[in-house]
Design a protein around this ligand. Structure first.
Ligand SMILES: Cc1cc2nc3c(=O)[nH]c(=O)nc-3n(C[C@H](O)[C@H](O)[C@H](O)COP(=O)(O)OP(=O)(O)OC[C@H]3O[C@@H](n4cnc5c(N)ncnc54)[C@H](O)[C@@H]3O)c2cc1C
Length: 511
């Protein structure tokens, strides 16, 4: 499975517009499509600024080439099912394979289920038309027929009158027309035929008339009608996304940016808005694409500390040796349960386990924890490792020793909060050891450390806010430590060392 940022289902006007925004926003984007856009029956497309009269296929071909230029992958395959997880959406394809992404855009359009009248379907998009904005100009001033198949279509009958003053409405499939509506139509010279239509007649793809049940043929130069629109969304039905009932059917509900009731699924174009023409579908797709990127940008910032640390640990970072100061302080203590905050690649926790401690290391980086687990396994050491963002997670359990060696971060870390929460989990008689940098290394250029605050032992103690009646301070000092500078010379670093001891008779909360 690839790790896509976004998957777009449907490569029509809406889907390709969403994909174009996502590709240009440098999102790894996959478009899945069955190649059957709604307007594929029409040889020309109108009302699309800058592309008036272009064929629908040419527009989509251009759009596809444009998105591919931004490294978007377009794949000809049907989507069979979509499943939603906490952090990703998984799409199962008709060939049984699966792809997953952080966000999904549905742009699968609709089908027009046409009236079952001989001669009609084969002229759909040429002589039989659905939208006067798209094709009315080309048939203006002809005698225009409107075949009514639903009461909602009376609006279409009125609309067509704008393109011709010779309009005939075929109302036979509806039964009786409301007399008030009939009066309105007659007032503008619209003729109403009550006899049902049994056939659409014409030459090639053009319409020349309709045959009525009584055998008469009424001449028309084009016929407007509607299909029953059916959104292509069955493959998300089991997700229970919110829907809205409209006069033409039930459609997925989306907000102004195109987001459905799912935090990871957007929808755009005809699949949510069957009246949208090509430009409106493009606009909705572009909006959804930008909205997906905006949501992912937010998420990237939310996840930044984990991303940063996984990046830092992409290559082995530390030597695998435990921290010297921690070893010096801890080696005289009676082993019990130990917790190492910000354990990185696990050297301290593994050393603690080797000394007989029941040791658990916690770190935000999955990469570091994987490496720590491998190291423990290889050495047959029973140490436990957990991935957790200590800025947010509650510390659980009770420990005889909590250690935090160089628990600093150049990206967001609620260090004080994490240390305080961990201090609260120190068992009566237990200890907390904090070893941190007292200052920048001597080889660092002037100004090194940026916003980093180097705490001395008194500051560190103040930050912990421990209750004097519960805790005793055993070590609070700066300790020099030998180190090797990057140029290979020997140097001395100062560590801040704070060891606090919880009084044995203290009672702590069991929560
Ligand atoms: C006959 C006709 C003529 C029209 N003429 C015009 C015109 O002149 N001007 C105009 O502005 N508008 C016109 N329209 C309207 C136009 O077709 C729509 O506005 C437009 O197609 C909507 O774009 P879309 O991206 O939402 O859906 P579509 O263009 O229908 O694209 C949806 C895509 O999703 C794919 N898909 C569906 N299900 C799946 C699945 N499960 N897995 C993978 N892919 C899937 C389909 O194959 C298709 O490629 C016309 C419509 C019709 C019916």
């Amino acid at each position: 499975m690839n790790t896509w940022d976004a998957i777009v289902i449907g490569a029509g006007a809406a889907g390709l517009s969403a994909a174009q925004m996502l590709g240009r926003a440098r999102r790894r984007t996959l478009v899945l499509d069955t190649g059957a856009p709604r307007n594929r029956f029409a040889p020309h497309m109108h009302g699309v600024l800058g592309h008036d009269g272009m064929s629908p296929g040419d527009l989509l071909g251009r759009g596809r080439a444009e998105v591919e230029a931004y490294d978007v992958e377009v794949r000809a395959v049907a989507v069979a099912r979509v499943d939603e997880g906490a952090t990703r959406v998984t799409v199962t394809l008709a060939d049984g394979s699966a792809e997953s992404a952080r966000a999904l855009v549905l742009a699968t359009g609709v089908s027009d289920d046409l009236p079952d009248i001989p001669g009609l379907a084969e002229r759909w998009g040429t002589g039989v038309l659905h939208c006067p904005y798209c094709h009315g100009w080309e048939v203006r001033d002809r005698r225009l027929g409107v075949l009514l198949v639903s009461p909602h279509q009376l609006h279409q009958a009125q609309l067509v009158r704008q393109w011709s003053d010779d309009v005939v409405v075929f109302a036979g499939m509806l039964g009786a027309i409301d007399p008030e509506i009939a009066r309105r139509l007659h007032a503008r010279g619209v003729e109403i035929v009550a006899e049902p239509v049994v056939e659409v007649v014409g030459e090639g793809t053009e319409v020349t008339g309709v045959r009525l049940r009584d055998g008469r043929v009424v001449a028309v130069g084009a016929l407007f009608t509607m299909g029953a629109v059916r959104p292509h969304d069955a493959f998300v039905a089991h997700l229970g996304l919110a829907r809205a009932d409209t006069p033409v059917g039930s459609f997925l509900e989306v907000d102004a940016m195109g987001r459905t009731s799912s935090a990871r699924i957007w929808a755009a174009g005809n699949v949510v808005s069957p009246m949208a023409n090509v430009p409106l579908s493009m606009g909705a797709g572009a909006m959804a694409g930008a909205a997906v990127n905006a949501a992912l940008v937010e998420e990237d910032f939310d996840l930044a500390p984990a991303l940063y640390w996984n990046g830092r640990y992409a290559d082995r970072l530390w030597s695998g040796r435990p921290n010297r100061t921690m070893v010096d302080v801890v080696q005289g203590l009676e082993p019990g349960r130990a917790l190492d905050l910000g354990c990185g690649e696990g050297a301290d926790a593994i050393w603690l386990a080797q000394q007989g401690w029941d040791a658990t290391g916690v770190d935000i980086s999955q990469t570091a924890i994987d490496r720590a687990q491998d190291a423990a396994r290889t050495a047959s050491i029973d140490a436990h490792f957990v991935v957790s963002d200590l800025s947010e997670a509650e510390t659980v359990g009770e420990y005889d020793l909590v250690t935090a060696s160089f628990f600093h971060s150049p990206v967001a870390l609620d260090r004080t909060g994490a240390l305080r929460r961990a201090a609260a989990r120190v068992a009566p008689g237990g200890r907390m050891l904090i070893v941190s940098h007292a200052g920048p290394p001597p080889w660092a250029p002037a100004g090194h450390g940026g916003a980093h605050v180097f705490l001395n032992a008194a500051d560190e103690l103040d930050a912990l806010g421990l209750d004097d009646s519960d805790w005793m301070v055993e070590i609070a000092e700066a300790r020099p430590r030998g180190a090797t500078a990057p140029d290979g010379t020997s140097a001395t670093l100062d560590d801040t060392v704070l060891l606090v001891h919880r009084r044995p008779d203290v009672r702590i909360s069991s929560s």
